[in-house]
Design a protein around this ligand. Structure first.
Ligand SMILES: [Zn+2]
Length: 280
């Protein structure tokens, strides 16, 4: 989908096998910036490279022009095809320093954050060529710059990318989607980043990894309200249930998920760890 002459959004579909009888269909967005060279922001899950290459070719450009991949964060649905694309094109890979260990060691990420379906969507580890800092600006073309905004909470080194000239902001996974699996690194950082995004006056179009582009201010406000409402409900429920000692593992996590009517596969150690972070 063409957002401006230079900035395109590509939806990448994928499936997660929860178990032998349950498959979830999902999608994740990546951004393709057609400038003097081509810059990719995120790369979908593994096996997404062909779709990305196809989109680039259909727009009359050559995949050899891919110079840079910027990874919003380390999770497998964002870095899945980075290694493949780098191998094919020789491009450089950029990410925030706090994401380095999980991008460069996918096995460690799998052990420390075993989200459902991890191995369905993760590919290989890949080396970061250059670390990104908050406030850094990357020039993709004349009048197309990418400003890096550190937005921790979902993960320690999550970044958002602002296109100041076009007033477009890409927030990746920084804004939790209502009723989506509650996995975050730090609840309080997440709330703070959400507030920063909401009050940032520099954008008119909001892009996330999970939604079509949001252009209408009312629609954007509704999206924030739903996200904040979901986080508030999670916080209140977690604080009312995570009291004292558990008699069995994941007992509190299960109670929170049941109380909020969320899918039972959310009951797992990664969600439990996120919930435990609500107790400062
Ligand atoms: Zn993520």
């Amino acid at each position: 989908m063409k957002l401006t002459e230079n900035i395109h959004l590509l939806r990448l579909d994928f499936k997660i096998n929860l178990n032998s009888y349950k498959i979830i269909e999902r999608f994740v967005n990546c951004i393709i910036v057609f400038g003097k060279k081509i810059t990719l922001i995120d790369t979908g899950t593994k096996d997404s490279a062909a779709n990305i290459f196809d989109y680039i070719n259909k727009n009359g450009r050559d995949i050899a022009e891919i110079e840079t991949i910027i990874l919003s964060h380390s999770h497998p649905d964002h870095i899945g095809s980075a290694a493949e694309i780098q191998k094919t094109t020789g491009c450089r890979i950029l990410a925030h320093k706090n994401e380095r260990s999980w991008i460069e060691n996918i096995e460690a990420q799998m052990n420390e954050r075993p989200v459902p379906g991890f191995l369905d969507i993760a590919d290989r580890s890949v080396r970061i060529d250059k670390l990104l800092d908050h406030g850094q600006v990357i020039e993709a073309d004349e009048n197309v710059s990418l400003k890096i905004i550190h937005s921790p909470g979902h993960s320690k080194g999550s970044i958002n990318i602002l296109f100041p000239e076009d007033r477009i902001l890409f927030t990746a996974d920084s804004i939790p989607v209502k009723n989506d699996i509650p996995v975050y690194d730090n609840f309080y950082d997440l709330m703070n980043s959400l507030h920063c995004i909401r009050t940032n006056p520099d954008y008119a179009i909001l892009l996330t990894s999970w939604t079509p582009p949001l252009t209408d201010r009312e629609e954007i406000e509704k999206f924030f309200n739903e996200s904040e409402g979901y986080l508030k409900a999670l916080d209140e429920t977690v604080k009312s249930i995570y009291i004292g000692e558990e008699s069995e593992a994941l007992e509190f996590c299960k109670k929170v998920i049941l109380t909020l009517g969320l899918p039972d596969f959310y009951v797992n150690p990664v969600v439990d760890k996120a919930f435990k972070g609500h107790r400062r």
